[in-house]
Design a protein around this ligand. Sequence first.
Ligand SMILES: [Zn+2]
Length: 192
Amino acid sequence: MISIDARFDALAASYLDEMKMLAKRAGNGHFDELSAGRLSRRQYANKQFKLAWNTMQASFLLGGGALEHGLARSYLRRMRKILKASAVALAGDLFNGRYESGGLDARLTLWVYTVAGAYQRGMLIGFPLARFVWKLGKTEVHCRTCLFYRNQRKFGWEWLLLEGQGILPQGRGLECEGWQCDCKLKRVRRRR
Ligand SMILES: [Zn+2]
């Protein structure tokens, strides 16, 4: 699980819990027993989307972002679309029984990575003049984009220029398209 700082980690943990609970209410894709009040596929997709979207905005703000910022608006608009399509795809897989023998938790963890991306973009928008270094995540395999940026240091505003191409941790412009990326930008504290 990706870890950034205490505030983000707490948000991420409760997000993951809530997603698991939601999947349970949808029956985790199991239809072998009747349960009253179970979410339909469509209800599940809607709730998963709303949860993800709310958490993404919260995460962005927590990182230091401001919603009125021009870059924030275009980034969040793009992410909203992705989350919506992803929620529909997840609901489809869940209800088709893809996770009957496990694997759902790993898939939901990928949703947490996406929210980590929002936190870091918030951070860059909030602190454009601070310097940040790209730290590789703990995944065993890294895509070439991440390897290229490993340990590179740039100002927040410089990283934001790359955001337009989706090149930031968890970004769509990475060779791996970001879903498996648990890299992070870490603020560089100046030594005295
Ligand atoms: Zn990465």
